[in-house]
Design a binder for this molecule. Structure first.
Ligand SMILES: [Zn+2]
Length: 267
């Protein structure tokens, strides 16, 4: 059975990955000089950068049907536009297996969303009819490249209040925002428009975080994200499966919730 025709419950969706055009990968050191946030995250040759082909090969290995591929939130609009064009073309060539979330303030033709948004205040997050993936950061715990520059839970709350129409993927468990959903009006404000992704969870939290967030914010608000290539998809998928032994929860987190949120699968 061709992968993209699976029914929603057993569709496997990775809601958070990163790919770069080969030209920008080759220019890594020059770009590190030009962009401070890029320097912090990718100056080191140890920081893996992947292309669309690398992602598709990884999806084969990990049994992933669809991946959201994000761009880098460049300061330079020309780099952002170049990255967006690459993402849209890679998505087209992938037959819908890659969904492009572009790093531009305005959505471009062919984009499925905007992201990964970082380094901006809530009021500066692009307003769009498309979903926006925002880099969120917890306010406690160890420092690491890219922690500073994420939306904190407070900033996320402001964004949700200021933009009742916005649809958000709050990366990295929303930096802890799920606790705030124990406030009834906050819980109501996230329904059907916010997903918390689990990207880089194993570097920050114990595996019980899956259970805790499901219990606080509800099963339908949690979606698997690997942050590939920071984490190998097959390794991170196995980590989620180990954290969620119950079949229905596993299916929802590994793809059902993302597919519903993104409008994937048969009508
Ligand atoms: Zn990311």
């Amino acid at each position: 059975m061709p992968r993209t025709h699976r029914t929603i419950p057993d569709m496997i969706v990775d809601i958070h990955t990163h790919i770069f055009p080969p030209r920008l990968i080759a220019q890594r050191s020059r770009l590190a000089v030009a962009d401070a946030a890029f320097d912090e995250m990718y100056a080191s040759a140890k920081a893996t950068m992947a292309t669309a082909d690398d992602l598709l090969a990884s999806m084969e290995r990990a049994g992933v049907d669809v991946s959201i591929a994000c761009g880098f939130w460049w300061r330079d609009p020309a780099l952002a536009a170049e990255h967006a064009a690459y993402l849209v073309e890679a998505a087209r060539a992938s037959g819908g297996r890659i969904l492009p979330f572009v790093p531009t303030r305005e959505p471009v033709e062919g984009a499925s969303g905007i992201g990964e948004v970082r380094e901006c205040a809530p009021e500066d997050v692009p307003a769009s009819h498309l979903p926006v993936l925002v880099h969120s950061s917890e306010e406690a715990g160890h420092l690491y490249p890219g922690k500073v520059g994420g939306l904190t839970p407070g900033a996320l709350g402001q964004l949700l209040d200021a933009r009742p129409e916005a649809r958000l993927i709050a990366a990295h468990w929303g930096g802890g925002f799920p606790f705030a959903t124990l406030i009834p009006e906050v819980r109501r404000s996230i329904e059907r428009r916010v997903l918390f992704d689990s990207a880089a969870s194993s570097y920050l939290y114990v595996p019980e975080v899956f259970r805790r967030v499901i219990d606080m914010a509800g099963l339908d608000s949690v979606a698997w994200g690997s942050d590939f290539p920071l984490r190998a998809q097959e390794v991170d998928r196995a980590y989620v499966e180990a954290a969620l032994p119950e079949e229905a929860e596993r299916a929802a987190v590994l793809g059902g919730n993302a597919a519903r949120f993104l409008g994937l699968g048969p009508e």
